[in-house]
Design a protein around this ligand. Structure first.
Ligand SMILES: [Zn+2]
Length: 287
């Protein structure tokens, strides 16, 4: 991905190396902690109960201070994240303007170890997440290492896809889709609820594709191999693959993010059309 000439966003809040206040609890999952676990599981499609039971894959993060000092962390990664975030801002500003709306960009919080959000406390082990009440994306850069080593999805564009997916949830929030879906979810059965979450996740994948299309059209960001990296990442974080890794079998009814094939499909739809209108997963004939 050609990101070095991209405008770097100022909407980065760097909390790396910051300690969590004493008394904060992650291990005892109740109240806000529970909310956080459910939310943090949103990106990876891990069934929250897997997190709550603390399977072998998921370690409860330690509440203590980060092992690295802020100056020691890799700021090349920070520059990359700021550039990708800047690219999402430029694309969504323009897309919202065409819709007669104004885009308010999210803040991206870089953290290490654990973080306090308006959605509660979250540890880095479960992956990046978006918290609708504070309009912030939370990212521990160590996730990108995991993406390469644990999920086999390496490459800068795989990482950009992850950021664009979380920004996709912000777009859903601004457009009122998140609220509508949440309201609907309070009135339906658990399996219907899962299906709605999955539609929302696949739409965020599609929005990530829309972003890549538009950013490439305007600023020629994609290099050869990037699309494959993005598709590979979408596939690697599919529910079926993750379920197989964490529990050894697949339960389609428990899918909340979509299978690998579905995630790839919707990322591609966004990528091909470059138009958020093409991302109506809620009324699609098939997911
Ligand atoms: Zn998501």
């Amino acid at each position: 991905m050609r990101w070095r000439q991209s405008r770097q966003s100022d909407n980065i809040e760097d909390r790396r190396g910051m300690s969590i206040p004493r008394g904060a609890k992650i291990g005892g999952l109740s109240g806000l902690g529970l909310v956080a676990v459910v939310l943090i599981s949103m990106f990876l499609g891990i069934d929250p109960t897997v997190l709550l039971q603390g399977g072998p894959e998921i370690q409860t993060p330690s509440v203590s201070v980060d092992r690295r000092s802020p100056s020691a962390v890799n700021d090349e990664m920070r520059d990359f994240v700021a550039a990708v975030l800047g690219e999402t801002e430029d694309v969504w500003h323009e897309t919202f303007r065409k819709m007669g709306r104004t885009y308010q960009p999210p803040t991206l919080v870089l953290f290490s170890g654990a973080v306090q959000s308006a959605c509660g406390m979250a540890g880095s082990a479960a992956g990046p997440f978006y918290c609708p009440p504070d309009h912030k994306v939370y990212l521990d850069l160590s996730f990108f290492e995991d993406l390469g080593t644990r999920f086999g999805a390496s490459g800068d564009f795989a990482q950009a896809y992850v950021i664009a997916h979380e920004v996709g949830h912000h777009v859903q929030t601004l457009l009122g889709i998140m609220k509508k879906v949440n309201e609907l979810q309070s009135r339906v059965s658990p399996s219907e609820r899962n299906k709605l979450t999955m539609m929302m996740e696949l739409q965020a994948d599609c929005f990530a594709g829309v972003w890549a299309h538009q950013a490439h059209k305007s600023r020629d960001i994609l290099e050869s191999g990037d699309i494959e990296e993005g598709l590979n990442a979408a596939s690697a974080v599919g529910d079926d693959r993750i379920q197989r890794r964490t529990q050894g079998y697949v339960v389609p009814d428990a899918f909340t993010h979509g299978s690998s094939a579905q995630r790839v499909r919707w990322f591609k739809i966004g990528l091909e059309h470059g138009d958020p209108q093409a991302c109506d997963t809620f009324n699609a004939d098939r997911l």
